[in-house]
Design a protein around this ligand. Structure first.
Ligand code: NAD
Length: 296
């Protein structure tokens, strides 16, 4: 694998599982130092350990500020991030082909996000959750939480990351949207609303960042084989009135021409390309990887 991201610092939110985890491996494998920010300490630490296992050495250093615990990795001579300077909890690993560190943070607690994206060259806004329910039964607090996690947190992280990117004249904002950022499905009101908002935010970021060497794009997968999808099978069966064993075929793959779930590594390879120097003219766009779903 090429080391074209050597010297770059990447932040992957929700990097402990599924697509985010695949992105951590893709970016670290290409030489970037990857900050894994996840609400699950176990998942974030496991992601760092997996990068370490590919040839890095681990360090640990623990001291915690309010709201953010940092559990990460030394990188190839990297500067300390803003949050580290503020004394966050950290431990980590550095590998010959990139490195990773973990931050334990609830991204829905937007007060904790101020310093997380400082000094970041590549920001992957990926953390997300799903709720499946008809609108009339949708818990308003769950709706608000999804907007905070999947729209407000990306805004705050982009806002924090841009000044440094502008100063360095280079930056990559990659927003994990969805086919549901471009079209709707019933029973996913909060998710569809947040993803549509993210599409708009991404385009505005592209327009403002273009003259400063900063690109901003959305990646729009169809159903990907991750824990997020596994967790919604029972709810999908209930709202559609079908057996759980038929959800993948009758709900998730009906629009797909390829008739299989997307693999996380396939999405991560697109993220890796968008993060590269070769993608400097790719901005303000939405890249579907949905087995043909959106071609209909
Ligand atoms: P996943 O559930 O496998 O992983 C999500 C990660 O986000 C987990 O590690 C989780 O701990 C973390 N997370 C959740 N809430 C958090 C919070 N409040 N603060 C910090 N971290 C938090 O999910 P996934 O399927 O890999 O999805 C990743 C992204 O891709 C999401 O934005 C999702 O909407 C999008 N997406 C997924 C699919 C799919 O089919 N899986 C399709 C299109 C888009």
């Amino acid at each position: 694998m090429t080391h074209d991201l050597q010297g770059r610092r990447a932040l992957v939110t929700g990097g402990g599982s599924g697509i985010g985890l695949a992105c951590v491996h893709e970016l670290a494998g290409r030489g970037a130092h990857v900050v894994v920010a996840d609400v699950s300490e176990e998942a974030a630490s496991a992601a760092v350990a997996a990068v370490t296992a590919r040839g890095g050495s681990a360090t640990a250093d623990v001291s915690a500020p309010a709201g953010v615990a940092h559990n990460g990795a030394e990188r190839n001579g990297a500067e300390r991030s803003g949050a580290e300077r503020n004394g966050a909890e950290r431990s980590g690993a550095a590998g010959a082909s990139g490195s990773a560190e973990a931050w334990v943070v609830d991204l829905a607690d937007t007060a904790a996000l101020d310093t997380l994206a400082l000094d970041v060259d590549i920001l992957v806004n990926n953390a997300g959750v799903q709720r499946v329910s008809p609108i009339e039964a949708f818990d308003p607090e769950a709706f608000r939480l999804i907007q905070r996690l999947m729209l407000e947190a990306p805004f705050l992280l982009i806002r924090a990351a841009l000044p440094g990117m502008y100063e360095r004249g280079w930056g990559r904002i990659i927003n994990l949207s969805s086919v549901h950022g471009l079209r709707a499905s019933p029973f996913k009101s909060a998710y569809v609303a947040a993803k549509h908002g993210l599409e708009g935010l991404s385009k505005v970021t592209a327009l403002e960042g273009g003259a400063h060497g900063v690109t901003s794009n959305c990646v729009n997968p169809g159903y990907v084989r991750t824990p997020l999808v596994e967790r919604q099978v029972a709810d999908q069966a209930r709202v559609h009135g079908i057996p759980e064993s038929e959800v993948v075929e009758r709900v998730m793959l009906t629009e797909s021409a390829v008739k299989r779930l997307v693999e996380p590594a396939e999405v991560a390879s697109l993220v890796g390309w968008l993060a590269s120097d070769r993608a400097g003219m790719a901005t303000g766009a939405s890249y579907t990887m949905d087995g043909g779903w959106s071609a209909r």
